[in-house]
Design a protein around this ligand. Structure first.
Ligand code: DGL
Length: 262
């Protein structure tokens, strides 16, 4: 089992931000990443649709022998991970907006969260918010329109910049000192965000924490790969591979990108 791959899925290319963290921390692990770009964005879909897409992605990764599944999507995690854990036997790692560290570190007692509608409306998110942010003001904003632009690869576009300006306005008015990125696509917007935000505002995303959690669950289950030769790294997309290739440009020599229906 130890040589079997770590499986990851996302509604599209965004979860590659999580894959990069995992690959950095666990460079010898074999990995398979599913980019369900054909069905992106998940953020505006119903809970039922998100669950059924998440089941479909998990089944495909399990057919490929994955030893653990990383749900590299906040929307799928917050809406479907409980169902996935109840239905399949492998361990699942999810990604959720890092509100706890932001709330604990906030001096202005005001934090901002940018995420999809599906994440912000989920029960899991509201439970976590209640638990960790009792004395904290939270400005939640839906990043409507960002994911399709990121999927197109328009990372540095003026459309993204004006959307971000609009989304950050209420947060800045509420004097936030932490901005939580609650969608695995959004780390790709950090260069734009840094330009728009004052220096005192810290941007937080969950990628590194997810990688650490993946490592510790693999260790706990005795599932870490023992070999230290070049791993097999596969990406499968059901849409154009142009943005995927762009985001993975540093790794193109060692990864295999396949386009096919799923
Ligand atoms: N990357 C996703 C997330 O982390 C989903 C975005 C979407 O498909 O709407 O929420």
């Amino acid at each position: 089992m130890n040589n079997n791959p770590i499986g990851l899925f996302d509604s599209g290319v965004g979860g590659t931000s999580i894959w990069k963290e995992i690959h950095q921390l666990l460079p010898y692990e074999n990995t398979i990443y599913l980019a369900d770009s054909l069905n992106a964005p998940y953020g505006n879909k119903s809970k039922e649709e998100i669950i059924s897409l998440s089941i479909k992605n998990t089944e495909l990764l399990l057919e490929k022998g994955c030893k653990i599944i990383v749900v590299a999507c906040n929307t799928a995690t917050t809406n479907a991970i409980t169902v996935l854990r109840g239905r399949f036997r492998v361990p699942f790692i999810g990604i959720e907006p890092a509100i706890k560290p932001a709330a604990l570190q906030s001096k202005s007692k005001s934090i901002g969260i940018l995420a999809t509608k599906g994440t912000l409306n989920s029960e899991l998110f509201s439970l976590a918010t209640k638990e960790f942010t009792k004395d904290i003001m939270i400005t939640e904003v839906i990043g409507e329109g960002l994911v399709p632009l990121i999927e197109k690869g328009a990372l540095l576009s003026s459309e993204i910049s004006s959307l971000l300006e609009k989304f950050l306005k209420p947060m800045l008015e509420n004097n936030i000192d932490h901005l939580v990125l609650g969608c695995s696509h959004y780390p790709y917007l950090i260069p734009q965000l840094v330009k728009l935000l004052p220096n005192n505002i810290k941007i937080i995303d969950s990628g590194e924490a997810v990688a650490k959690q993946t490592k510790s669950i693999l260790l706990e289950n005795n599932l870490l790969r023992e070999a230290s030769n070049q791993p097999i790294i596969q990406f499968i997309t059901n849409s154009s591979d142009i943005t995927l290739k762009h985001l993975l440009k540093k790794y193109l020599e060692k990864v295999d990108i396949e386009t096919r229906k799923f």
